[in-house]
Design a protein around this ligand. Structure first.
Ligand SMILES: Nc1ncnc2c1ncn2[C@@H]1O[C@H](COP(=O)(O)OP(=O)(O)OP(=O)(O)O)[C@@H](O)[C@H]1O
Ligand code: SF4
Ligand SMILES: [Mg+2]
Length: 337
């Protein structure tokens, strides 16, 4: 897979577009909630970037902050949450925009595919009408034009008999069809950035592969950037140019995809790679990283309770992300020192 060109900027790798500016450049992003509402800092000091036409994969276990990071990009975090840092998109900082300005960008320039389409689609409106509404709102098309284009989009994402399917309600479609319909809705305004949050987790393996293929084809055609989120490193490896591994709200490793697989340095990443099935070996049970994410630790490395290399020092000092090779960053005291 073609690799992003990299520039090192204050210790952070930055994926560059042809014009030298990344489409998305997130700097020191934090998402916090009042204490007692499930923790304070849910996302802590995240910095990453995505060039035009590129895919960044974000992996990490349930609860590590993947969805919250995406919702921050869309200005959709729950009302009691606070965002800090910068989200520079096409040269504008989304964090300092008004809600109205954010709404303008949402759906038109940045679109999101959610894990379970039923939660994001309107159950009492036909699929065709939902897609058409996006086009009327954002592209200013007439209802008739928008209806026609909605059918075209359903055809484009591989839905058979699209004119008939456009008349269906979401519950009348199979899981795979619904996910395709949601992709059609997300692509309706030709977004520059598509956020795909576990887009295939609920689907069977064949449909999963079709959906991934479809996203890559559409990416090639439109030079769309993708932020692809999954807890499954195997799925991410099929689509991502770069990968950021998150643990308990922070990035613990961030590297070009090939580098991450050939030279994983963080013990958590190494554990994730060990959990992948080896196609050359018949294994009855896959490796599982012992323990679970603990975010209520006030000092030291948050992975320490599960890390095979942890020592006393790890329980005292929280490791920062450090660049160890061009474009390859790791947050582990044993690697950086
Ligand atoms: N409204 C809220 N107030 C406080 N904390 C919240 C709120 N919503 C979510 N959280 C917490 O934020 C953390 C990150 O959640 P998030 O949904 O981003 O995780 P995730 O990585 O997407 O997980 P999954 O793989 O299960 O989708 C979780 O610990 C969750 O409990
Ligand atoms: S800092 Fe220590 S506990 Fe944390 S990942 Fe590195 S070795 Fe493991
Ligand atoms: Mg999530």
């Amino acid at each position: 897979m073609q690799q992003a060109s990299q520039r090192v900027d204050g210790g952070q790798p930055v994926a560059l577009s042809a014009n030298g500016v990344p489409l998305l450049d997130v700097r020191d992003l934090t998402v916090s909630f009042p204490a007692g509402a499930g923790g304070t800092h849910i996302v802590r000091g995240l910095s990453y970037s995505i060039a035009r036409g590129e895919t960044l994969g974000i992996v990490g276990e349930s609860g590590c902050g993947k969805t919250m990071t995406s919702l921050a990009l869309l200005g959709l975090i729950p009302a009691n949450g606070t965002i800090g840092g910068e989200i520079n998109f096409g040269g504008r900082n989304l964090v300092s925009m008004t809600q109205r300005q954010q709404r303008h960008i949402r759906g038109r320039e940045i679109a999101m595919i959610f894990q379970e389409p039923m939660t994001a689609m309107n159950p009492v409106m036909t699929v065709g009408r939902q897609i058409a509404e996006v086009l009327v709102r954002h592209e200013g098309l007439s209802k008739k034009e928008a209806g026609k284009r909605a059918v075209d989009l359903l055809a484009q994402v591989g839905i058979p008999s699209p004119a008939r399917r456009a008349e269906d309600y979401p519950h009348q479609l199979s899981g795979g069809m619904r996910q395709r319909a949601m992709i059609a809705m997300a692509l309706a305004c030709r977004p520059q950035l598509l956020i795909a949050d576990e887009p295939t987790t609920a689907l069977d393996v064949t449909i999963q592969a079709q959906i991934l293929d479809l996203m890559l084809t559409l990416q090639d055609e439109a030079q769309m950037s993708i932020q692809f989120i999954s807890h499954n490193l195997a799925v991410v490896s099929e689509v991502a140019h770069s990968i950021m591994v998150m643990y308990a709200g922070k990035a613990v490793e961030y590297a070009p995809a090939e580098e991450l697989f050939s030279n994983p340095l963080h013990p958590y990443t190494q554990g994730l790679i060990k959990t992948l099935p080896d196609p050359d070996r018949q294994v009855k049970r896959l490796y599982v990283i012992p323990g679970r994410v603990v975010s209520d630790i006030s000092a030291g490395c948050r992975f320490a309770r599960r890390c095979p290399l942890a020592d006393e020092g790890c329980r005292k000092v929280e490791p920062e992300l450090v660049e160890v090779a061009p474009g390859h960053q790791v947050a582990c005291l044993k690697v950086a020192s």
